[in-house]
Structures are given as C-alpha cells and as structure tokens.
Design a protein around this ligand. Sequence first.
Ligand code: DGJ
Length: 788
Amino acid sequence: MITVKNKIFTITTVGTTYIMRVRDDRYIENLYYGRRLSGDMTDDATICALTEKFNNPYGNSITTPDSEDKVTLDNLCMEFSNAGTGDYRQLPLEMTDATGNISTRFYFKDSLLYEGLYAKREDTGMPYARYYAEDRKPRTLELILEDRRGYEMRLIYTAFDECDVITRRMVLTNNSDTSVSVNKLSSLQLDLPTTDYSMLSFDGRWTSERHMHEKELISGTYSVGSVNGTSSSSHNPFIMLKNSEATEHCGSVYAFNLIYSGNHEESVEVSEYGKVRVLTGINPYGLKISLNPGESFYTPEAMMTYSHEGLGGASAHCHDFVNGHIVPEQFAGRVRPILINNWEATYFDFNKRKLLGLAKDASALGMELFVLDDGWFGHRDDDTSSLGDWYVNERKIGGSLSSLIDKIHSYGMKFGIWIEPEMISHNSDLYRAHPDWAVDVPDMEDYVGRNQYILDYTNPDVCDYIVDTIGRLLADNDIAYVKWDMNRPITDAYSKRHECQSGTFYHEYVLGLYDVMRRLTEAFPDVLFEGCSAGGNRFDLGILSYMPQIWTSDDTDVHERVTIQGGTSYGYPQSTMGAHVSASPNHQTLRSSSIDSRFNVAALGVLGYELDLTRLTPVEKKAIASQVAFYKENRDYLQFGRFIRVKKYRQLTYYQIVSEDKSRAVVMMYRDRSEPNISYDTLYASGLEPDATYRVEARRQKTSIKEFGNLINQISPIAIKEEGITQAIVNSVYALDADEESYVVTGATLMYAGIKLQQRFVGTGLEKGTRVMGDNSAALYVITKEVR
Ligand code: DGJ
C-alpha cells in the first residue's frame, strides 16, 4: 500500500514500512525504511520523532539557503542528491549541461500515485517486474523533481506487498532546448541513518561464481560492479547489508538487485557522519549519453527488500519476488523437466549413433529432455568456427534435424538445442558476408575470447537477422528447450555504424539483446529457454525476465556447487539454478565424488545429467534411475519450496527445501573434509511446524566398495586388489547399502535439538548402521509430516 498525505509518502508492504517527506526546502528526506510500523505514520508526533533535527550547522560544512533548519545536506538521508550542494557523498547523477556546468538543483515539484506498474515501462526497452494475479496488483508512486533549467527527474517506486519488495528507478527528461551529457544515473539511492552494517557481495570468476563475501563497513566507499558488458561473474548485481547483530535467521538485513544484464555498479558509502548511502545502477564506466531536447534517459528497475528475519528472511523475499514477478508468467511455478545434455558426454566429438545411444539410456533412466549442445551447426567440430551459421550440419548428425528429433521423440523424450546467438566466428559464412557486424574498432588489433567475436547487437539489422534465423530454427523443428549461451565478454565497445559510439555502446547492446530475447520468447512462449554464459557469468534478473532458469556454473564439482548454489541462493531461488550430475573425477576440478553425492547437491536445483551414460556401470545406472524417480516424486517442492540455509558448522553445511505447507522437506548435509574419530553428527532442520510429527529418513543410497580401498579385504571373501580388475568388476555390480536411518520426532525436536545420527565410520570397523561419509560427500534426509 502507498499513501500520500501532506507531502508525506508512506509505502507499506506486509512486513516493511518506507517513509519520506518533502522538506520546506523541497528536498525529499527519507525518514525510515525497515520493519513495519503500526498506527498512523503520518501524524505530526510520528513524523517529528522520525525527523532528524538540525539546530546548528555542522562545522566546515555547507548549509542550504531557505531551509527550515540548519541542515547540512551531507548529513541528511535523502531520496535524491544533487551535485554542487554540499552533499559530498557518492551521487546518483553526473550530468553536464551545454555550458559545462555539473551542478544540479532538482527540487520536489509534484507526485503521482496509481494502481499498477510504471506507466512508461515499455518505453524503457528493458524488462521489469510484473504481476500475474489481479489481487497482487502493485501500486506505483512517482515523485517528480524539477531543475528550473528545464530538466525533470522522476523517482519511481512500485510496491510488491506480499514479498516485501519495493522497486525503484529514475528517469531523467530534458525539457530544455539544449542537449546535456549524462555520464551516470543510478536506479536507486537509499540513505540509511546508521553505520552498523556489513556488506555481502557475491563475487567470483568462471567456474567459481557467486561466492559470498562479507565486508565490515567502516568508512569510505565499498563498491562492486562489472565493466565487461555483462552482469558478469566478477560481481553479481545482488548485494545485501547485514546489521552486526543479524544472523542467518534473525536481525535486520537489506537486499538490493538490478533488473539488468550489462555493466552495473553497486556502491555503499559510509559517510563521515556515519550514515550509509546505497546506490545501484548502470556502471558509469565509459557512459556518455547525449540527451537531446525532449529525450528521456530511463534507468533499469532496481529492487530492494528488508527483513528482520536475517539473511534467510531477505533471501525468501527475493525468491518470492523472482518466482512471482520476474520469470515469464507461463513458467511461474511450472515444474521443469529433467534433462540430459551431451556436452560433457561428448564435447564436439559426436555423431548420430553417439547421440541416440545417450538419449536411449537417458530415456531408460527416466529423463525427459535431450539437449544437443554446441557443435551441431555450420562445420563446427571445435571452437574455432561457425558461430553465426545457424544451419544444421546434417553430415555430422546423420540426417536432418527433424529426423533426429523424431528419433528422440520416439524414446519418449523432448528435444532441446544449444545456441550462442550473440557471437560470430571469423571463420563463418556470416562473417564473410558481414564483416562489419563483428564488434571491433577499425585500425586496432582485435582482441579475441575463445576464438570468437561479439555480434553488434546495437545494430537493428543484426537483431533482425538473429530473430529471423533462430525463429526459423524454432518454427521448423519441434524444439521444446533452448540453451542460450554467451561465452566471452565484450572488449572494444564500438559499433561501426556510427563514427564513435563507445559512450552508449554497452547500454545499447543490452537493449538490443533484450529486444531479441523478447521477440523470440514472445514468438515461442512454450519453449523453455535456459540462460547461460560460459556457465553462470550472466546470472541476473534481466535474463531471468525472459528465461526462467540459468546454467548456474560450468563447475559441477560437489564441493564447488555447494558454495556456488549456496551463494546464488542468497538472491535467487533454486527454480532458477540449472544443476547437473556430471562425471567423476570432475572435469573442472579433477576431484572425485560419489554418484549419489553429486545428485544430492544437484537435487537442490533444476536437475539435469551431463555425462556419458553409455559408459556407466550397472550400479551407477541403478543409482541414477532411483535418483530420477526420487526427484520426480519430490520436484514440486524441490523446485518451488522454501530454500533455507540451515547451518554451517565445522566441516558440515546444511541446506533445506521445505514445501509451502511444511508437510515435506529435504535436508542436504554436505561434508567438506572427513575428520577422524569424531563424535556424532547432528541433523538440523528449519521452517517446520513445531508441534507436528515428522518422519525423517536418509535417502536410500549405496556406498561404492572403492571408497574403502584395500580395507574392503577385511570383509570380502575374495582378495580385492585396489585399482585391480577384480575391484573394477565387483564395483560395477555391487555396492554396500548405506545410511539406512529413520526417526519419528516433532518439528520442534528436529529444529531445536536436532537428531543425533548413527555413528560415522571412525576407522575402527564397519558394523551395520555405520554411516560412511567421507571427504566431499553429501547426503539427503527426507522429512515427511505424519498424518495422525
Ligand atoms: C559453455 C557452457 O557453459 C557449456 O555448458 C557448453 O554449452 C559450452 N559453452 C559449449 O560451447
């Protein structure tokens, strides 16, 4: 709900309150953002209590003319700060007028309140948060600020009540008769009155995306961002601010994100007076927009949320927001298929026989979608050619694409395909026909990544070509799923269409990308698109607005995935995370893990398999068949239930997913390193009904005899040499039963006391019931409410 009364604006969601007031000097002061307040928040007594008092000017500071008090803008919580006014913190706008002046004086002029979303959202060319149910219709507030030279700034807030999210963006319009140059305009400015926070950012690199890092905010500016043309894996646009007393499960936490896929910057400044300013938006790196008379510059929509229930509470708001307001409506809450992807099974080296062999085995194991990855088009047998030539290599796949698809269908599976439509290889027909479509700067050396170049999506002809070509591929073939890859970042941001447009290139590229994604996803609404950028190098709300899931990381190692999926879960729900079971040793880390550990972690996302099933042992195939059956039985809540980071202690990490009605849950327990001769492990859970009774069972799985090396000879009737042929043969057909445990307890017992699990293998024997849980292993515990 949003109210406007006596120039006081209150935004109330289920659990939060946001209050602003227009001061006499026409600046907008932020009075409060936090846990929901009750009563009339606009009465004089409340406003007086919330207003900061300035009776004397601060030393060595600037005071504002015509002000109701001796305010120092440098120390006021503001909704929009101007340059040249004595507010020396990071500013949301950098603008130079025709005379070279950078100062601005945007004062409050008017406000507008209406039902629904920002009225001009389509004009922005960018995706935005939506609503799918009439009873969840949000309200929007526009605060209109004016600089008397003829510039208008709109601060636009939309309240998504049920998930406690407020979105914000700024729109600058030049109503003067000369052009201005814009070098920076944030989407969101939030000033908080106290300093007592640390900042959580989600940083990384290829195969190590979104590792959570916490930095204590002491003094100065802390910023993260990206300048490589994508939201990047260096720093995700999602950040959190955590009060020093907050934990995973309680205390004050703010979270911010941006619905944008290009260069971005999030900065958090601790001012000299101990206030905190958060700015999020497009990264100003290289940005130079010439805003002509009559033109507007739209910033992407940003989101913010607050929770008094700790990091987990803020994550839950973000998850609900993504599931309910970001992903395309037709995929909101719709269960996703279990796929088999041929990439790590074959890489480029495939033919019809190999593909069909893989598909047949996948189908026999219960998988539902076969995905043909890179290498099916042009003459691409390695990564040096053919990007841009989106026609089928019939020689390689042994006939037409539709005949391959028919065959896959005959196994009872759907068919999906990989594309990388933002790229061009120099060795391609497309490049030979249109060398000017590749992004580079004439007369400078070309910088290359994975032997490929960026297509100039700032050029509408390029966008049309891609929409036509990929559109034809999808129209002519029965394709249920598309994996949209993007394997290199942008270097020379320059389009050959104009003299020089580096200052707008990055943003125009993103607008071109959104145009292509919008047209294709609207034309093929039933096709499930999965975003990808060499794994999770472009995992953001912009992509999720068109594609409900993203390949989380090329790294499928159990240990890495616990960190990556856990890090991603702070801002994004598990329904958005592609998670595959791959080979062991893992292709990215060469680390080994059991087939069930790999599944137990992948089961916390949108499950897929990406390994050569045709070479698996009967034991492994049996394990996969039971994994697939388990996932199908539980996938409604595995994909859309509440994800909880329960606990992390010593070598153990616990993640949980619980169904909305709290009747079913799984806890994933991961052990990083095995400590010898340790006391019991405890199983912890969260988010259950305290008084209900639950049955808790370890998911049935097997332990490979290989895990015991030559110790197995202590129980084996025949001598088994480690790494010998007998070990290989026995291991392929036989495995030990593991983790047979079952308990019946109340939710309270499980949540507050925990269950002391069976003794773990401590090096002294393997009696029945002993749990085997070595390095880099994961177990799943299934929790079901007992019906009495
Ligand atoms: C990078 C992706 O992340 C992989 O899954 C695979 O699709 C390759 N590209 C193919 O080139």
